[in-house]
Design a protein around this ligand. Sequence first.
Ligand SMILES: [Zn+2]
Length: 344
Amino acid sequence: MIITLDPGHGQFKNPGVLPGYYEGTRVFMLAYALKRELEKYRDTTVYVTREKLEDDPSLAARGSMAGKRGSRLFISLHTNAASNPEAHGVSVFYSVRRKDSKKLGRLLGEAVVAEMKKKTDITYLRGVMTRTQDDGHGGIEDYYGVIRNSVKYPEVEYSFIIEHGFHTNPTECGYMFRDESLECIARVEAEVIASYFGLEKTGAEDGYTEYTVAPGDTLISIARRYGTTYRVLAEYNGIKDPDLIYDGQIIRIPLYAEISVGDTVRIKSDKNTYYPGGKSFSAWVKNYDYAVKKTADSRGGAVYRNGDRCVLLGERIDRRTGEHGGSIDSWASVDYVTKIRPEK
Ligand SMILES: [Zn+2]
């Protein structure tokens, strides 16, 4: 199943009532948390309309991205705003052209409310609604551009906007400002989606998800769906000839995004490692593993170098002796590091 997530706006759009809160940044983080949760389910591919934090595509581009990529489900993620700081609660909008999707919209809204309410007390479900406008031909159409443009594609059966509380309300803004809140919301939203569509959980606890090869797939096309490379998949799955895959074969997709502070990682290439001083990295790659020191900036935002999502490597661990020594403080692209599984 293909899903497109749309974190609304751009990086510094729509400041909240608390200093440093931007809707466009927080919903970006929520989208990637939700992508990570959803990809724990078998045959689930998740696209995000903003690859980088600073991306801010048009509403039409966001909606049509969902359709062009064959998504069955499209969700635009937001926090709400009002001039009255007391306004609060969760709203879900669904398409007037997809009346049957109200049920899933309600399940999502109720799950988000139940989760937020654990910490805010005040959050409630304002409604599961359509919002329409005159289509200029005597009929009506969806008011919101992202929904209107996504449902032009018949593949998009479900199209929603979820407003996760109000960033103009101090309590709800405070809630959405915490990283663990986003993780909790992502988990419950993924659970609702998985149970609604009957998605099966895979070996996500081991750090990978599974994809079943369908006719026409190549290792390159599968890698592209999951934002990785065919070389990474070939190596991870022990495939000697990347041109030889067969229908029904299970390909394991490593979940690099699962890397967290304190994990030990191995670097696969010095190509996407941003070593301070620009010295050659090769010896470090071959001889050492590294403890992950940071996965986000001081505001909790994802860190990018030349467009690559990165983690900061800290303490160095000699691969042969296991000795710890020195810290390198170098950023490495998550596509070029592998988490070393702890031995049980
Ligand atoms: Zn918004």
